[in-house]
Design a protein around this ligand. Sequence first.
Ligand code: ZN
Length: 284
Amino acid sequence: MEAWLSCGADAQHCRELKVKPRATDGHTFLSRSTHALGAERNPLVRIGIISDIHSNIHALDTVLDELRRVDQVICLGDIVGYGAHPNECIDKMKDLRIPCVLGNHDAACIGLLSLGWFNPYAANAVRWAMEEELTKDSLDYLRSLPTSRRIEPFYIVHGSPREPTTEYLTDASQARASFDLCKEQVVFVGHTHVPLVFIDRGRAEEMVPSEGRRVSYEDVRLIYNPGAVGQPRDGDPRAAYSIVDTSSHTIEQHRVEYDVQEARADIIEAGLPRILGDRLTLGC
Ligand code: ZN
């Protein structure tokens, strides 16, 4: 029996996401029918939200292992950039049929965003990935990514509803504008690499979702940033992600340690700027 991922993207993209359930890597989330969240048959109850992988396969594998029992994983973009394993991270998204949106580093690698947009270290890593590392299949995959997805009752972007690939959503006035641009109960964003929640109470209230904290979206709209898997910037080097529970309408924040030193060593061995490895050990 085939299952469709409810992605809200165009028909062509949904055709590409048609999947046959199968067991891989011990992950169980592919074996569920995914017509829509909350559908009567096989509803998606637990959904892992990941963002900003940044070619860090060590962090990604650790997080996906933590998420092996959820019903679905969704990625908010920036699979590539900064780190040493862009193809491996893309292959993981493809193999596990993880719905994903385009991030700014992903966009730069396929020529949709100028390298002038980035700091020199980030630009160096993008150039290395696009000129030396990414395979044709990986580039084709990045070209297939939409800039936003509607997976009811969620709206998925990398940056913000106003500028899906590039806007950093960091303050309440930006959040207010974003709430006004869409109607979904929860907007998931990444891009800043810092976990942060905006709550729609007329004006947008800001809250830091600490580890283990559950935030309810039952009676209130949220903009939720789970932080980064592959390059956290909140002073905590552990990989960040969140888990949605659609039965209780809550989102729980998580952190997990991974082999940061391996990720750092791989960056240096690839000839990428040493600072990109060093910053992983500091979470900045
Ligand atoms: Zn990023």
